[in-house]
Design a protein around this ligand. Structure first.
Ligand SMILES: C[S@@+](CC[C@H](N)C(=O)[O-])C[C@H]1O[C@@H](n2cnc3c(N)ncnc32)[C@H](O)[C@@H]1O
Length: 212
């Protein structure tokens, strides 16, 4: 068998279909990792820079999970101390098919860059290890910038005023610049947070609050 080497060590969207989706959904290591990351993002939603402690967690709120995959992130939110309902979107039906059913979790096959939602409906948006795929399929730097801006615009458009978003992602340097510049055009406070930079444990987050 001929083994075709990967062009880069970053995952591609091809890895979320068929058998690879099944492997993702049954990996204990992945489950542990993604649950921990989601818990971290839920903590960061209460960062001082975006308004600090959330005092109304007991009021039922609507979450969007962008790139929900097999549901590790969505189920972590359902099990958190937020009273919530969640809509998960993903481009891979193979991933979403593995999501454990829950009456408070609704799944939609959709691309984060072309939001199927009407404006200002979500109290919170989270995304774990998926938002970097905003640039997937781009054939040039300019197209990368356009795709990233589309995903950011959809984020702003669907969040309610004063609502918060917590995103963990792994953009490369060029994508990171487009995300940061793109955010400046929109009504957000907060921004990029890098934990343990330049180490193997580096994690990147966008921690945001819509200002109007
Ligand atoms: C690494 S998985 C993360 C899944 C889940 N959030 C978790 O924490 O386990 C990335 C997911 O993003 C999805 N994805 C990739 N491009 C997308 C897009 N344009 N719109 C929505 N989802 C996308 C993939 O299909 C995949 O399920």
């Amino acid at each position: 068998m001929k083994i075709i080497p990967r062009k880069s060590n970053r995952p591609s969207t091809d890895e979320y279909f068929g058998l690879e989706a099944e492997a993702y959904g049954t990996s204990r290591w992945m489950a542990r990792n993604q649950i921990q990351t989601t818990q971290k993002v839920l903590e960061l939603l209460e960062s001082e820079q975006i308004g600090g402690k959330i005092t109304n967690k007991s009021i039922k709120s609507l979450f969007l999970d962008i790139g929900c995959g097999t549901g590790y992130s969505s189920h972590t939110i359902l099990n958190s101390n937020f009273e919530n309902r969640i809509i998960g979107i993903d481009v891979s039906l193979d991933m979403m098919k593995q999501c454990e059913k829950d009456s408070d979790l609704h799944l939609i096959l959709a691309d984060m860059r072309y939001s199927p939602f009407r404006p200002e409906i979500f109290n919170y948006i989270i995304s774990i290890s998926a938002f970097n795929f905003a640039s997937a399929g781009a054939q040039s730097k300019n197209q990368m910038k356009i795709f990233i801006q589309k995903a950011l615009n959809a984020l702003e458009n669907t969040l309610k005023n004063n609502a918060r978003a917590g995103i963990e992602f792994y953009p490369n340097k060029i994508e990171e610049i487009f995300f940061v510049k793109g955010l400046k055009k929109l009504n957000f406070i907060g921004g990029l947070l890098i934990e343990q930079p330049n180490s193997k444990k580096e994690k990147k987050f966008l921690i945001l609050k819509k200002t109007k």
